[in-house]
Ligand binder design. Structure first.
Ligand SMILES: *Cc1c(COP(=O)(O)O)cnc(C)c1O
Length: 428
């Protein structure tokens, strides 16, 4: 087997601190097949690796009857055992709160099944579709929007279904983009994935194929598989959307997985879900987005957590999301600012939300504010030539609109201080 980690620091064999994995070699650990075979599914298995208080064990048993548990050994090994609120633990351990749902939570809040034109294919937008191929995953995220499908074998796309999906796509020439999701498409065996991608490639009006996968986060060694990489290399219009939620998930192993995709020329974008107690702070989100940019992953969406059954305890206010965008826009590279979206009920689709940057308007002018709190007037079509100012006793925003004033500028911003320095240095 080729060396799992080609570059970067050597792995620190952190799994060896868990008794059942003491004798697992580097070769085994970095073999995705070993990882899949040794997935943690049963509470009895979990306590052999990590002893738990009786009450927590009983809760996990109860919850996993309704919402099954699945954790890859790799993802599990990232947990900080000293921290009961560890973000990786919270995303993967069943919690009793999953059974204490708010009354309005539903199984399929986005009406994905209502909008299916053929089984597995949600056709909602004019030119793009969502294919939910499989229920297999490489870890069940406790906050999953499709929690309803966890542990169900029904719904995995049979070859019969694939034919009807391909047939539908062939007949609908307006469809130019397909999101292949699940479950996790990269959890499928190579030969099935190949069959699906080839089928899609043969549809000439499909201009792009996006794979939605959490493999770089929960099972990065899957992307060390040369056969899989050679397979993906055959498709020129592939994109990958992945799902990092916390900077701690960006490990050497994950970076290697991402790098293997980028080497094939596959752009990698990220979708984060805003999660109570996990990443609901400006500081964590800033670190996450900056760390993603460093590894050339472009933050695409920040999702407000959907009202799916069993995930209510992860939901936050919308104001929290706005606060995060406020803390990003202008403060870090624009490339690092995702679009904050609510996926609307009744199949309404994704709706962007943003703090207000437009404060007021008049016929000729618009009043904006920037990230520093500066309030500035802007003439979209240029300043009207023969403008007569009737009054000069306005106060407030209307003064900006109606008089010759042009901005209200907070003093003492770093930028203004730099300006002062520039003046004294160069323009004496
Ligand atoms: C998110 C989504 C898409 C893709 O939407 P983009 O905004 O283009 O990323 C397509 N179909 C469905 C049903 C979706 O939920």
């Amino acid at each position: 087997m080729e060396k799992a980690i080609e570059e970067g620091k050597p792995p620190n064999s952190s799994w060896k601190k868990f008794i059942p994995w003491q004798d697992i070699s580097e070769e085994q650990w970095y073999d995705w097949r070993w990882q899949i075979k040794n997935m943690i599914r049963k509470p009895e298995q979990l306590v052999k690796i990590l002893p738990l208080p009786r009450k927590e064990f009983e809760d996990i048993c109860r919850v996993s009857d309704s919402y099954p548990m699945l954790i890859s050994p790799y993802y599990f090994s990232l947990i900080d055992l000293e921290n009961p609120n560890d973000p990786i633990r919270k995303q993967s351990f069943p919690s009793i709160e999953e059974l204490e749902d708010l009354a309005y939570a539903v199984e399929d809040p986005l009406d994905e099944e209502e909008d299916q034109s053929v089984p597995g294919l949600t056709h909602r937008y004019p030119d793009r579709v969502l294919l939910t191929l499989t229920n297999f995953c490489t870890t069940y995220c406790r906050h999953c929007t499709r929690k309803r499908i966890h542990g169900k074998s029904k719904g995995t796309l049979s070859s019969y279904c694939l034919d009807s999906v391909l047939d539908y796509l062939q007949k609908h020439e307006e469809i130019r983009d397909i999101v292949v999701s699940g479950g996790d498409p990269l959890a499928l065996p190579n030969r099935i994935l190949e069959k699906i991608l080839k089928g899609l490639q043969d549809i000439s009006h499909l201009e792009m194929i996006r794979i939605g996968t959490r493999v770089p986060v929960t099972l990065p060694m899957r992307l060390y598989d040369q056969d899989l990489l050679s397979l993906l290399e055959n498709f020129e219009n592939l994109w990958v959307n992945t799902h990092f939620n916390h900077p701690r998930e960006i490990t050497i192993e994950a970076v290697q997985a991402v790098r293997n995709l980028l080497k094939l020329g596959i752009p990698v974008n990220n979708q984060t879900v805003l999660l109570n107690g996990i990443n609901d702070s400006v500081e964590i989100m800033r670190e996450l987005m900056l760390s993603l940019l460093k590894i050339r992953v472009r933050p695409y969406y920040l999702f407000h957590c959907d009202p799916s059954k069993g995930v209510s305890h992860f939901r936050t206010s919308v104001w929290k999301g706005m606060e995060i965008i406020e803390g990003l826009r202008g403060h870090i590279s624009g490339l690092g600012v995702p679009t904050y979206v609510i996926d609307a009920p009744r199949g309404g689709g994704k709706i962007p939300l943003m703090p207000n940057y437009v404060l007021s308007y008049s016929e000729d002018a618009i009043v904006l504010r920037n990230y520093e709190g500066m309030i500035v007037k802007y003439y979209p079509k240029g300043k009207p030539k023969d403008r007569i100012f009737h009054h000069n006793n306005y106060i407030g925003i209307i003064k900006l609109l109606e008089e010759d004033a042009d901005a209200l500028i907070p003093s003492e911003t770093p930028r203004l201080k730099r300006r002062e320095n520039n003046k004294s240095n160069y323009k004496k």
